[in-house]
Design a binder for this molecule. Structure first.
Ligand code: OAD
Length: 262
């Protein structure tokens, strides 16, 4: 890819003073941008929420197959419900950080902005993003496994039982996507279309290991988007990035914002 920044993190004096790297500047000059943001757990790390695959992440302590699969819920529903209930409490106690707020500031600043997230914590919405596409569902909702009714997790947690029951007698589950389950069709289709049409694709705080979400980066890169990856560590898809900002999303998103939406 010709525009790739070869020496990542080699920030020039001009960049530190506020000018974008030349490759990004050239893209910005082409006119109004279709922008897509893909976020992962690293975006919410600065809000105090654990990621999954970091050394202090969930999957360092637990096995995903014990907590995030339909089979786990079938065999140990109380353990699975309890884990998601604890994560719900942590998410509602947390506040959006400067990264979420910066993404929200980008609403109405571009020809189009599509926020796609793997996060289930609701922090994009609380920061002001209007309609993030939640590929992995939401901790803020519960769903009846029998009648399909949705209700707020806060309400579900006041009902007796672990997990509680719906009025129809069916068991409630968190409205998240577990390993082995399909992603919400409409959200994924819209994310896919946006990725294919993106001029600028910003990937923030994801290990890019979980598909189909990570595949959106490949779709965007193939279609010629300028890909910015924000992550202190490299990922399997870092080679697709035209620009890597190797720091915290809470700091690097506002830096990127000064370049693309001053
Ligand atoms: P991961 O935990 O896999 O990856 C988090 C990424 O964020 C890592 O690459 C970190 O290097 C990076 N990171 C950590 N702190 C950061 C910070 N302050 N700023 C920016 N980046 C930071 O989380 P996801 O990629 O979101 O699915 O994981 C994808 C899916 O796998 C999740 O939605 C979840 C998980 O299993 C399910 O539970 C179904």
């Amino acid at each position: 890819m010709s525009e790739r920044v070869e020496r990542q993190n080699d920030r020039s004096v001009a960049e530190e003073a506020g000018s974008p790297p030349p490759q990004l500047a050239a893209r910005l000059q082409r006119g109004p941008l279709h922008v897509v943001v893909l976020s992962g757990a690293g975006l919410s790390a600065a809000s105090g929420l654990a990621t999954f695959r970091d050394a202090d992440g969930h999957w360092a302590r637990y096995r995903p197959q014990d907590l995030a699969t339909p089979e786990a819920f079938a065999t140990r529903p109380e353990v699975v419900w309890g884990w998601y209930a604890a994560r719900f409490r942590a998410a509602t106690a947390a506040a959006p950080n400067a990264g979420h707020l910066e993404i929200a500031r980008w609403e109405d600043r571009f020809a189009s902005l599509t926020v796609v997230t793997q996060n289930v914590d609701g922090l994009h919405q609380r920061a002001g993003s209007r309609e993030p596409l939640e590929l992995h569902g939401s901790l803020l909702r519960a769903r009846c496994t029998r009648c399909g009714r949705y209700l707020a997790m806060a309400e579900a947690m006041t009902c007796p039982g672990t997990p509680p029951c719906c009025d129809c007698g069916g068991r409630l589950r968190p409205d998240v996507v577990w390993f082995g389950e399909a992603l919400p069709y409409d959200a994924l289709a819209r994310a896919d279309r946006a990725a294919a049409a993106a001029d600028l694709f910003v990937v923030a705080g994801t290990s890019a290991e979980v598909y189909p979400a990570a595949g959106l980066i490949e779709v965007a890169a193939r279609a010629g988007a300028f890909v910015v990856e924000i992550n202190p560590r490299t990922t399997p898809l870092s080679p697709l990035a035209n620009l890597r900002l190797a720091g915290s999303a809470a700091e690097e998103l506002p830096r990127l914002g000064r370049w693309i939406a001053p």
